[in-house]
Design a binder for this molecule. Structure first.
Ligand code: SF4
Length: 217
């Protein structure tokens, strides 16, 4: 199969398996989504969803969050990884939203990436899931699956994003990103795989015999 044929086959299979993938991080608006995505770095969505109800009860808007301050935010999010850095970033981005963006989350990559603690992946998730703009956020999981499926050589996360955007139609990016995440969680985890255990890989690579090696993000 050529790369474009593999991509089309994967898209078809994922659409069948996950026809309407939900957004995994609980939120009520762009601000709470932005904070939840920031909290999810090096942490599971499940753990983030356990913490955010208390955080958003106390700080559900940029004003309320900035009134809480770094110490109180840290107290609530302490069970999550990288909590001190995340508390500082949430406080900083809340203040910047108030000062520069009239307390609204901006819907542009440039403005989002100018906020404390917000990188390209976080901005991509917010652009896609809060505003419906086409984006392809690539995290370590998508980076791994794209390599195992032969859609990229995995030189870098940036390269993987470019390759996936080239291979899949723009209007499918937002949904596909979620579908790949769900497939990765269910079947294609970070633990080693011989590249033959799923029907999907057997169809893509009927002659594959040796384990797939992937580069880390
Ligand atoms: S066979 Fe392995 S690499 Fe292929 S989809 Fe399944 S878990 Fe992932």
């Amino acid at each position: 199969m050529k790369k474009t044929e593999r991509a089309a086959h994967i898209q078809e299979q994922l659409a069948e398996r996950y026809p309407d993938p939900p957004i995994p991080l609980d939120h009520t608006d762009p601000f709470t989504l932005l904070v939840a995505v920031l909290l999810s770095a090096q942490c599971t969505d499940k753990k983030v969803n356990e913490i955010t109800p208390a955080l958003f009860r106390a700080g559900g808007t940029p004003e309320a969050m900035s009134k809480l301050g770094v110490e109180a935010i840290l107290e609530i999010i302490r069970p999550l990884g990288l909590a001190p850095q995340k508390a500082k970033a949430i406080d900083g981005l809340s203040r910047r939203l108030i000062d520069v963006y009239d307390s609204q989350v901006p819907d542009s990559f440039e403005a989002l990436e100018s906020l404390p603690g917000v990188g390209h992946k976080t901005a991509s998730v917010v652009m896609a899931q809060a505003f419906g703009h086409p984006a392809f956020p690539v995290d370590t999981h998508i980076h791994r699956l794209a390599q195992r499926w032969g859609l990229t050589d995995g030189r870098s996360v940036k390269q993987t994003e470019q390759d996936l955007k080239r291979l899949f139609p723009r209007e499918s990016w937002n949904e596909l990103h979620l579908q790949i995440i769900f497939y990765g969680r269910e079947f294609c985890t970070a633990r080693g795989c011989d590249g033959t255990k799923c029907p999907l890989c057997r169809e893509l690579y009927p002659r594959r015999r040796s384990p797939v090696v992937h580069r880390k993000a």
